[in-house]
Design a protein around this ligand. Structure first.
Ligand SMILES: [Zn+2]
Length: 283
């Protein structure tokens, strides 16, 4: 990871959910869960994205039943100033100039904005794509998949992360030992984080200064929950592809965080992380 990347965290809408479902010992009150995406600027490859957050396409895809149940269960809010287009414009990035988008997994809150990225090669783990393809309309919906959000060119633009060069991760990433060199220059390392879905992908890279960042998507829903060892309740865990794998990944992140040289861990829906990092780098 000797190529430092520009890094901006984007909040592309949010949903609300009772905290007590998402975290053992949480409050009964509904709390906001930001949908975070990351804009990375590579010195040669230009702007790249990790996930996309919500978009107007999400509302269109959840208009009919049964898909409407999705937004009834997790009410979603997306202000005009929060859309991916609006935020990319504020950073001087044209959507067509984005040539790489790395998808943590294919849940709607992570891929809904992908329609705007018509020129991007799409990276995802094979197990994730297979899981979405195998699912029925109802079964997929129950698991958070809305295939209508994927562009018609998805297959043609897809690179399976599994086909990238496998690499051994540095010792300070233990217990995470294996990753994939996504661009062939060791600037962006994909790290499988199984459990939440069959093929969830974390992203490890060096940002400005000496900071190393580990984007972990939904491997934990908040940093506090991770620090206090409060995994989601059994109700939320019903939605997970593999509960045992989820808990192993969660425990692995705890082990990583306990290290003095731990990277900055960024979950996709952590309000606290959003406040910390957006203050450090104003939008
Ligand atoms: Zn999510």
């Amino acid at each position: 990871m000797n190529v430092p990347l520009g890094f901006r965290l984007l909040k592309v809408g949010h949903c609300t959910h009772p905290e007590c479902i998402t975290q053992r010992g949480g409050r009964f009150a509904s709390v906001p869960f930001p949908a975070l995406a990351a804009l990375l600027i590579h010195p040669q490859h230009g702007p790249m994205l990790y996930d996309t957050g919500y978009s107007d396409a999400f509302f269109a895809a959840t208009e009919p039943f049964p898909e409407r149940l999705y937004r009834m269960v997790t009410p979603v809010s997306l202000r005009a100033s929060e859309t991916l287009d609006a935020q990319l414009a504020r950073h001087g990035v044209a959507p067509d100039s984005i040539r790489h988008v790395f998808l943590s997994h294919l849940h709607a809150d992570h891929i809904a904005g992908i329609g705007a990225l018509s020129q991007a090669r799409i990276f995802a783990l094979r197990a994730e794509v297979d899981a979405m393809r195998r699912a029925s309309r109802f079964g997929g919906l129950r698991r958070g998949y809305l295939p209508a959000l994927l562009p018609s060119t998805f297959d043609a633009r897809l690179t399976f992360v599994d086909d990238c060069v496998p690499i051994a991760l540095p010792g300070w990433m233990r217990p995470f030992e294996h990753g994939f060199d996504l661009l062939g220059d060791r600037s962006v390392i994909g790290v499988p984080l199984p459990g939440h879905t069959p093929g969830q992908l974390g992203l490890l890279f060096r940002a400005g200064g000496a900071r190393t960042v580990f984007l972990v998507a939904d491997a934990c829903w908040s940093l506090r929950a991770l620090e206090r060892d409060r995994p989601p309740t059994w109700i939320a865990a019903q939605l997970f592809a593999d509960k045992r794998a989820y808990l192993a990944t969660f425990a692995g992140l705890r082990q990583l965080l306990a290290r003095r040289d731990a990277p900055v861990v960024v979950p996709s829906h952590c309000e606290w992380t959003w406040r910390q990092l957006s203050e450090a780098s104003p939008q």
